[in-house]
Write a protein that binds this ligand. Structure first.
Ligand SMILES: [Zn+2]
Length: 424
């Protein structure tokens, strides 16, 4: 080959990779935008995202699964939402949602001045707390509607016990404000407390004499969400299928002015799923390929659980499943959940990476129920869940934005996984 031809081909390749990255950024940016409301359950943010992904599937030319008439597989689930007021005022200081305070995903509503009691650590760990509190509440019902607990000095198993048992018990009986310096991590609840439960940063809780909250929590039962499923048939007819999955839902809103963008988690994974769909639409393989953008992951892996219960393809036909969740960094490499379950497949992935030096590390992890691969693994489907590692620690908070994503290993990881799929 002529020298100029090599240079020209090289330039074309660079241009193609650059275009891939730009496309991934466009998709991520849109999924994280304010318009999509955090892809949760306030004002149907998740449905807006679903329509966008449907449109991308159709632009790429993905087929419907046999006997289906759309990409959508809908299911109902229960969710706690925060569509409206979200104000916490300490003395005259109005706290900033997501920064100074966070509500619990299962928090109930409140709109009142708090007549609170500060509970000591001793009182908190009193085994009879539940009964005692009910008694004291009955005795001084007119005076108390809330309590404050400071958990900053509590660590280890005691802290776990507090989060798992004691705080939920309290929130069944009165409003609870927890003073904490732990990182704020939001989620999606489905069992609302009758009272509001919120976490406030320690530095904000100084010389407080009055607390007023207006928190609007709304429980939505049988909320309809939808998985989005498309396919590229194999070059020669076969039952064997490779499935690529990424959840597109996120945490939605916490009050009318605060939303969770979910850039790394998991707009980035959807962008990579779409990159694979685009690639394989032009380069079909010896396997059928099925692409699933799951809903309801943050609400408890609900979309994937529904799919496994009502699968559109036979689970035994799935040769391998790759679940992509948190694909936006990678400076420190990737982690592979289920690596120890499928050591041979894991070794293949490691070998490709050693040869091509795509990422600094391909780290093995055992099985974990931490994303949508889980239900498939439980049914015996060989599956890896892959996530990136890097300095970006914004997770389930308001800082998981498009701007904070490096995309530094997005293309190398997609190349690594394409080679892996090619060798299956
Ligand atoms: Zn996720």
């Amino acid at each position: 080959m002529h020298k100029w031809c090599v240079t020209f081909c090289f330039l074309l390749l660079i241009q193609a990779l650059f275009a891939q990255l730009e496309e991934a950024k466009r998709i991520t940016q849109h999924l994280c935008s304010k318009e999509l409301l955090g892809r949760g359950y306030v004002s149907h943010g998740d449905s807006l995202a679903a329509r966008f992904i449907e449109n991308e599937f159709s632009k790429i030319g993905l087929n419907y699964i046999q006997n289906q008439t759309s990409y959508f597989q809908s299911f109902a689930h229960n969710v706690v939402t925060f569509p409206g007021e979200m104000s916490v005022v300490l003395n005259t200081d109005t706290l900033v949602p997501g920064i100074d305070f966070m509500v619990d995903p299962n928090s109930g509503s409140s709109n009142e001045l708090w007549n609170y009691r500060i509970l000591t650590i001793e009182e908190l760990f009193d085994v009879e707390l539940k009964n005692r509190f009910q008694d004291s509440k009955r005795k001084i019902a007119a005076n108390i509607n809330s309590c404050i607990i400071d958990i900053r000095q509590i660590k280890g198993d005691s802290l776990k016990k507090l989060h798992r048992e004691i705080i939920p018990t309290l929130a069944q009986q009165l409003h609870v404000l927890v003073i904490t310096d732990e990182k704020f991590t939001f989620s999606v609840g489905n069992e609302p407390y009758p009272y509001s439960l919120l976490y406030v940063k320690g530095f904000k809780f100084k010389d407080v004499s009055s607390i007023k909250t207006h928190i609007q929590s709304r429980f939505k039962e049988n909320y309809l969400s939808t998985n989005i499923i498309g396919t590229i048939p194999a070059v020669k007819k076969t039952k064997k299928t490779i499935v690529i999955t990424a959840h597109y839902d996120h945490l939605g809103k916490m009050g009318k002015n605060t939303f969770f963008p979910g850039a790394n988690d998991n707009a980035s994974g959807v962008a990579m799923l779409l990159e694979f769909a685009r690639h394989y639409s032009k380069n079909p393989t010896k396997y059928n390929l099925v692409f699933i953008a799951f809903a309801g992951e943050e609400a408890g892996l609900i979309g994937s659980s529904y799919f496994v219960q009502y699968p559109w393809i036979k689970l035994e036909d799935i040769h391998f499943l790759l679940n992509l969740d948190i694909m936006g960094s990678g400076e420190e490499g990737i982690t592979v959940v289920n690596a120890t379950k499928h050591p041979e497949s894991f070794q293949k992935l490691v070998d490709i990476n050693i040869q091509e030096k795509y990422v600094p590390q391909v780290k093995a992890r055992g099985p974990a129920a931490n994303s949508d691969h889980y239900w498939f693994s439980e049914r015996g489907v060989p599956a890896f869940f892959i996530y990136t590692m890097g300095p970006n620690k914004n997770y389930h908070d308001i800082f998981d934005t498009h701007e904070n994503l490096s995309f530094s290993k997005f293309i190398p990881i997609s190349e690594l996984l394409k080679k892996f799929i090619g060798g299956l």
